[in-house]
Write a protein that binds this ligand. Structure first.
Ligand code: SF4
Length: 233
C-alpha cells in the first residue's frame, strides 16, 4: 500500500474515533493486565462479565493470590480456558509480589516472563500503561492488515513488524485500537461490511462484499409497481 494511502486510512480512522481505547473494563494497570491476560481466545464481553464480579472482591495481586486457583475459578467461569487461566493468574500474582513489589513491570522481558503473558499482552500493557509505541497484533488486526494491504504478513509477528515500519508516526500509538475495533465491528471475519466501510476506496481487498440483496429486491419491487401503474394508466 502506498504511504499516502496509509496516511489517508489512518486519518479517517482517527477522525471517526479520535480517542480509541480498550473495551476491557479496568481501573488500574493491574486490572488491565489481568483483563488482557484473561482475554486470550475469548471475547472481551465474557472477560468483563467475570471481572465485574472479581475486581470488587479482589483487585490486587495479594488479594487474588489469597483466593487461590479454586477460589478464582468461581469468578472466571464465563471465560474460555478458565481452568488454565486461573492457575496462571495465581502464579502471575505471586510473581508480581515476589519480584516486582506487587506492581506491574514496565519492561517487555519482565512482562513476558509472567505466567500466561505473551508478546501481545505485553505490547498492550507497554502501550496503554507505559505509553510506549507498540502495536499488538491479535486476530482482528491480523485480518484487517492483510485484507486492506496495510501490512501483509504470514504470521502476527510479520504483520506487527510491517505495521510498526509502515504506520505514520503520529498514528502508531493508537493504531492497535483503531485496527482492532475496525476488525471487530466492520471488517469482520465472515461478513465484512464493505459497502458501508469508511476506508472502502483505500482498501485493496479483492473480494469486497456487495450491498445486501434487499436493495436489489426493493429495486425489483419498484419496477413492478411502475409497470403496474403504467398498465393501469
Ligand atoms: S472494504 Fe471490506 S475488506 Fe476492506 S477494510 Fe473495509 S470491510 Fe474490510
Amino acid at each position: 500500500m502506498h504511504s499516502a494511502t496509509r496516511n489517508a486510512l489512518f486519518r479517517r480512522l482517527q477522525a471517526a474515533n479520535p480517542a480509541p481505547t480498550t473495551e476491557l473494563l479496568h481501573d488500574s494497570p493491574f486490572e488491565l493486565l489481568v483483563a488482557v491476560m484473561l482475554s486470550a481466545h475469548t471475547t472481551d464481553k465474557s472477560v468483563n462479565a467475570a471481572t465485574r464480579v472479581l475486581f470488587p472482591v479482589a483487585n490486587t495481586p495479594q488479594a487474588i493470590a489469597a483466593l487461590g486457583a479454586e477460589g478464582v475459578k468461581e469468578y472466571i467461569r464465563t471465560v474460555g480456558l478458565y481452568n488454565t487461566k486461573a492457575k496462571n493468574l495465581i502464579a502471575l500474582c505471586q510473581q508480581l509480589i515476589d519480584l516486582h513489589g506487587g506492581e506491574v513491570p514496565g519492561q517487555r522481558e519482565a512482562l513476558e516472563a509472567l505466567p500466561g503473558v505473551g508478546r501481545k499482552t505485553a505490547s498492550i500493557i507497554l502501550n496503554m500503561v507505559f505509553g510506549e509505541v507498540e502495536i499488538a497484533v491479535d486476530t482482528h488486526i491480523f485480518r484487517v492488515a492483510n485484507r486492506t494491504g496495510l501490512a501483509p504478513g504470514k504470521n502476527p509477528r510479520e504483520v506487527e513488524d510491517a505495521l510498526v515500519r509502515g504506520t505514520p508516526p503520529q498514528y502508531r500509538k493508537d493504531a492497535h485500537h483503531w485496527l482492532l475495533l475496525h476488525g471487530r465491528y466492520v471488517c469482520t471475519a465472515r461478513s465484512p461490511a464493505c459497502p458501508t466501510c469508511l476506508i472502502r476506496d483505500l482498501c485493496e481487498y479483492k473480494q469486497k462484499t456487495k450491498p445486501k440483496p434487499a436493495a436489489k429486491k426493493a429495486g425489483r419491487v419498484g419496477a413492478l409497481v411502475r409497470k403496474a401503474t403504467r398498465r393501469r394508466a
